[in-house]
Ligand binder design. Structure first.
Ligand code: FES
Ligand code: FES
Length: 153
């Protein structure tokens, strides 16, 4: 058993797991009840599980808890219903969601991009999201949503 102290969405959290190399995704979902990050492939290949650690997008399914010492932010911590992140508003305004499974990861990856590059080109966004998979094929709406968010901030 190992107990680890985390800061998740601005709050202190203490989690106890059998194996310190338990993926961060499992800790967030199963121990802390945060279901924004999704299990897609479990292999670091789809992006559905993306969260921020110290402001950088990481794939939580392949990030062991033992490697996490900084601030973790999930989709739940990016904005609130009454004060959504510009990306969350833009994804709603562009109706970018079909099934929605990939969208958490798309938003978290895009938030990392906009923090580094507030006015990205279309190509910048395509490059950034190239490894975030969407089986519904709503890529053009996602692209428009990220462009809208960039224009609004
Ligand atoms: S579930 Fe983590 S990259 Fe697919
Ligand atoms: S909206 Fe369904 S996987 Fe992207």
């Amino acid at each position: 058993m190992a107990t680890t102290s985390l800061n998740v969405n601005g709050k202190a959290a203490s989690v106890t797991v059998d194996d310190p190399d338990t993926p961060l995704l499992y800790v967030l979902r199963n121990e802390l009840g945060l279901h924004g990050p999704r299990f897609g492939c479990g292999l670091g290949q789809c992006g559905a599980c993306t969260v921020h650690v110290d402001g950088t997008a990481v794939r939580s399914c392949v990030t062991p808890l033992s490697a996490v010492s900084g601030r973790v932010v999930t989709l739940e911590g990016l904005g609130t219903t009454s004060n959504p992140h510009p990306l969350q508003s833009a994804f709603i305004e562009e109706q970018a969601v079909q099934c929605g499974y990939c969208i958490n990861g798309m938003i978290m990856q895009s938030a990392d991009l906009l923090a580094r590059n507030p006015k990205p080109s279309e190509q910048d966004i395509k490059t950034e999201l190239a490894n975030n998979l969407c089986r519904c094929g709503t890529h053009l709406r996602i692209l428009r949503a990220v462009m809208r968010a960039a224009a609004s901030s």
